[in-house]
Design a binder for this molecule. Structure first.
Ligand code: UDX
Length: 425
């Protein structure tokens, strides 16, 4: 089938490349000409391991095409996937400017019947606005949310746990059913509002599990229990499940914080209180403070103390700094007057553009040098394989605050570190 992807972020590119891998002809359109120029050369403008390789491979064969002109891109297209960003404003409301603009342009240039599948995360209000813009028998609207994670975007798109198609339009249902035939995942056909809420409910549930285990971890810290054992002992109950029970300094990224906030705000606007999800956000917003408290417990004043932060991206295997918890810690430490040394394997370049008064490097040993404490803020798996004996010698102090509970605490203690995890005995 001839498919057009509008918007070339994580969702757009992973969706399009996955569909190309299944034999469909895929065009990508982005209003950003620079991005399209890079993509034509097979280059990604963010880090996403398998996607980069697949992109190179597909730009060589003739299944994938890139456009910066929507009118041309739309010629002979049967399905358009809308994958543009839907950021939120400071108060939690959606900034729907970009998506509404994209929909208006699709309307303007479409010449024949078109299935419009919305992959961007939208709330019911934005959906209604899109539906009004596309109120013509030519457009067959559906909501087809995406559940991929950064770091495993292509794999998640190729092997989805489920495919949710929300539409009131029989033609859209038939075409999308055919399109997804090569995917071995359960398909849930539903109405648009239920598809929208399925996406929000999924992200809210994941966020809830994280805030839940973080709250238990804080309690565990106080009574000297071990959160690793608690998470295992709880998560092995199949009704609970062990994923997303990793305690730490909270969830970041472009989705969980945004979608949960937007959900609470939208519900409030229509007179519904989402107390549970609101609490999930509140817990998350203050969770990182445990790092500051633990540093103060050992160092007392943080003024002029040299502190190394290991990890700047919101999670490992990505260079994405959006809503990174690490940045919140850095801001607080700056206010306390600490001297900062920062490490990240990938995000160090982006960090250099936004952080001024700190030494920033992609080599952990350089960053550790002369520091009185190290804070692990991102779950880069490489951190557990570092030469910690060497790091101990390079440091001025011996304190480790493991904000992601990823290091071998017994080994570190043996080397001579004072180790604190989050809720780890
Ligand atoms: C998330 C959802 O997982 C995905 O289904 C949705 O489509 C987009 O949002 P992503 O933003 O890539 O994906 O991040 P995810 O891997 O879910 O992690 C989010 C944050 O939670 C990270 O900061 C991570 O470090 C943190 N996290 C995750 C925990 O603190 N504990 C956990 O157990 C899991």
């Amino acid at each position: 089938m001839n498919i057009l992807i509008v918007g070339t972020g994580y969702v757009g590119l992973a969706t399009g490349i996955a569909l190309a891998k299944k034999g469909h002809k895929v065009r990508f359109y982005d209003k950003d000409k620079e991005k399209i120029k890079l993509l034509k050369k097979g280059k990604l403008f963010f880090f996403e391991p398998l996607l980069q390789e697949a992109l190179k491979e597909f730009t060589k064969n003739q299944n994938v095409f890139f456009f910066d002109n929507l009118k041309e891109a739309l010629e002979n297209i049967e399905i358009v996937f809308v994958c543009v960003g839907t950021p939120i404003l400071k108060d939690g409301r959606t900034n729907s400017k970009d998506i509404e603009k994209a929909i208006k342009e699709i309307k303007k240039y479409a010449t024949k019947d078109l299935v419009v599948a919305i992959k961007s995360t939208i709330n019911p209000k934005v959906y209604t606005s899109i539906k009004n813009i596309l109120a013509s028998s030519k457009f067959h609207l559906s909501v087809n949310p995406e559940f991929l994670r950064e770091g495993s975007a292509l794999n998640d798109s190729l092997n989805p746990s489920r495919i949710v198609i929300g539409t009131e339009n029989e033609y859209a249902k038939k075409i999308l059913d055919k399109l997804y035939a090569p995917f071995e995942a359960p398909k849930i056909f539903t109405d648009p509002m239920s598809a929208i809420l399925t996406k929000y409910a999924s992200n809210a549930f994941l966020a809830m599990k994280i805030s839940f285990i973080n709250e238990i971890a804080n309690l565990s810290d106080r009574i000297g229990a071990n959160i690793d054992d608690i998470a295992l002992g709880t998560g092995l109950d199949p009704r609970i499940g062990k994923d997303y029970l990793k305690a730490g300094i909270g969830f970041g990224g472009s989705c969980l914080p945004k979608d949960t906030k937007n959900m609470v705000k939208y519900a409030k606007e229509i007179g519904i209180r989402l107390d549970l999800i609101n609490s999930v956000n509140k817990i998350n917003e203050r969770q990182y403070k445990v790092v500051i408290e633990k540093l103060q417990k050992h160092l007392v004043s943080l003024k002029s103390r040299t502190i190394a932060i290991f990890g700047l991206s919101f999670k490992g295997d990505t260079d994405d700094l959006r809503n990174s918890i690490s940045l919140k810690i850095i801001k607080d430490l700056e206010k306390e007057g600490a001297i900062l040394r920062l490490h990240d394997y990938l995000a160090f370049k982006k960090a250099k553009k936004i952080i001024n008064n700190a030494f920033i490097s992609d080599i952990p040993y350089f960053v550790a040098e002369g520091s009185e404490a190290i804070v692990i803020a991102t779950d880069w798996k490489e951190y557990s394989h570092l030469d910690w004996e060497k790091i101990r010698k390079l440091m001025k102090g011996n304190l480790i605050i493991d904000g992601r509970n990823i290091l071998d605490k017994d080994l570190l203690k043996k080397i001579g570190f004072v180790y604190e995890g989050i809720g780890r005995k």
